[in-house]
Design a protein around this ligand. Sequence first.
Ligand code: ADP
Ligand code: MG
Length: 336
Amino acid sequence: MGEFDLIRRYFTRPSPGAVVGVGDDCAILQTAPGMQLAISTDMLVEGRHFFSDVDPHALGHKALAVNLSDLAACGARPLAFTLALALPSADGAWLRPFSAGLWELADAHGCELIGGDTTRGPLNLCITVFGEVPGDAAGPARTQALLRSGAQAGDDVYVSGTLGEAALGLQHLQGRLQLDALAAAACRARLERPTPRVALGLALRGIASACADVSDGLLGDLGHILERSAVGAQLDDAALLACCPWASSGMDAQHVRDCVLNGGDDYELVFTAAPEYAAAVTAAAHASGTPVRRIGRIDALPGLRVVDSAGQAMAASRQGFDHFAPADARPRSTAP
Ligand code: ADP
Ligand code: MG
């Protein structure tokens, strides 16, 4: 099977949302009046972001999911994506389930594949997603997108879904942690098939003051919000532990805490909102069918503090994953 046969067979479908889709030198998207494009790229490299023997269906899902998660974090509605693929060989037994996993998630979000590039090489997947957010009549530099900047002292801090499960799933797969069958299946599913919180991101427009997705660990990603917003935060240890459904299953609390704070690959949203929007946050969570939990408060003091039930500060020094940090300073043994 040649390059163009491969593209036609596995990566070409009608894309009625685009003016021009796969098959020309460029894809063409029509932007709607008053809307702005939100664009994000994420690359997945074999051996770094996924195991060589990972289920290709799950990999197709995840490659798109991590990109949709970035649109979710901005409150953008998915429109389309491009797929750049390096493949060691044109193997139908791998391409069929990979493309099926990709299409299923694309269909679920009405996000059309409109182009890409295909080349021979070590397995590498790079997706660029395009989404739309309403602009703001007040000027071209304004947007209704949720940004990392915008958190203010006094705002509540929330996270969606669960945290730490992907990290537990990874440790289980690596043989570094023994989970019972139920926990292992749940955590592995969270690692391999993350749920991008697109509906929640859309529902939070006009409500959240700042938002990011949790891909590199909560401390790191909330840290980006704090830095861009020039504020600090105080997090409640009990609320953090409650973010991981396995915290009460006899697992070491310090280990769970570490996975919640530093585990990557969760693809949940961390966001802030003024206290007067608390009911609106609950309504957005309900409307989008996404659990949301308050984990703390933004304050003016820079940095991030975790406090126990007595209000005493606990150590929370480690940060998110950094591919280029010195090896001995890396908080985790695999990359998000
Ligand atoms: P060019 O060389 O002009 O960049 P190609 O010949 O590489 O274009 O690709 C032909 C068409 O197939 C283009 O429209 C491109 O966007 C599309 N395409 C290539 N690879 C993929 C892929 N993996 N998924 C979807 N579309 C692809
Ligand atoms: Mg090309």
